[in-house]
Design a protein around this ligand. Structure first.
Ligand SMILES: Nc1ncnc2c1ncn2[C@@H]1O[C@H](COP(=O)(O)OP(=O)(O)OP(=O)(O)O)[C@@H](O)[C@H]1O
Length: 272
């Protein structure tokens, strides 16, 4: 019997293109504990987004299984919230209405009259107080992504699937959004943490945020290694990055990431 919130077993995903089958993921297995923050890293094209599409229920695997709370996953579900790389807000709705719409989809216990209040609470949490009446086009990219995070959190789903949510954001705002996500996810200890699967190709982002990092090999994506992040929480980026342990751990991840091309670029240890 599984104790993990999400259990991925021997997952194989093929795409059919021009009548030919293309193997995107091969025999991928790992688990995500309840309340755990797990990042998936790997080279471009190794199948990270494909994995999230399967977890979201948009794409059926050719082989293997995905279980949530011990039940096999079929299709989309309201227990999973999603944040994509590109701001997924509806352009014809104000920011507040976007969040209200998310709440309507996933929280049937919340009365219509309460939705706007909850939306405003989450806008405040992400630093967008007073922007509820603005349309997405009136917000910067970073602000739109804050709103997308507010919507995902306001939906109060048990699971959050995040596909490179900060990769289109400039470096400074990315750091701010990482800190924000960390703070909101860690909470004040009174609420259960959400189970998160977070796709990124930013190693530092993965280390800062995650309990566990799944390193995928390049095409077809297979699990190279699942690595526990050994740093205590709450984490402070400025202090963490200065330590020797951080440097060593980061280099270990880089070596794993590049292990399948190390021979070609000279040596089995890659230190960048
Ligand atoms: N709908 C599709 N039809 C055919 N091939 C696809 C489709 N979607 C993705 N692929 C291929 O599957 C492989 C994995 O793609 P995927 O987008 O999951 O990778 P990724 O690791 O998320 O890449 P990136 O980091 O660049 O976003 C790639 O070679 C891609 O070209």
């Amino acid at each position: 019997m599984t104790t993990n919130k999400i259990e991925i077993k021997d997952l194989t995903v093929n795409y059919i293109e021009n009548k030919r089958s293309f193997n995107a993921l091969h025999d991928v297995s790992f688990g995500v504990g309840k309340g755990e923050f797990v990042s998936v890293i790997g080279a471009s094209g190794c199948g990270k987004s494909t994995l999230l599409s399967v977890l979201e229920g948009l794409y059926a695997p050719a082989g293997g299984t995905v279980q949530i709370d011990g039940k096999e996953l079929h299709g989309t579900g309201t227990e999973r919230g999603v944040v994509f790389q590109h701001y997924s807000l509806f352009p014809w709705m104000t920011t507040r209405k976007n969040i209200e719409f998310g709440i309507k989809q996933s929280r049937h216990d919340v009365k219509r009259s309460e939705r706007a209040k909850i939306a405003d609470e989450f806008l405040t949490k992400v630093g967008l107080t007073g922007f509820g009446n603005k349309f997405p086009s009136q917000l910067s990219g970073g602000m739109q992504q804050r709103a997308a995070i507010a919507r995902a959190l306001a939906m109060n789903t048990e699971i959050l699937l995040m596909d490179e949510p900060f990769s289109a954001i400039d470096a400074k705002n990315r750091v701010i959004l990482q800190e924000l996500l960390l703070k909101l996810w860690e909470g004040d200890g009174t609420e259960e943490r959400k189970t998160v699967v977070f796709v990124t190709h930013d190693i530092d982002e993965a280390i800062l945020l995650s309990d566990k990092i799944v390193v995928l090999t390049a095409h077809p994506g297979t699990v190279n290694e699942v690595v526990n992040v050994p740093f205590e929480r709450p984490r402070r980026r400025e202090e963490l990055v200065k330590t020797d342990e951080y440097g060593k751990f980061r280099n270990r991840l880089l070596s794993l990431l590049y292990s399948d091309i190390a021979e070609r670029i000279g040596g089995d240890e890659v230190v960048l």
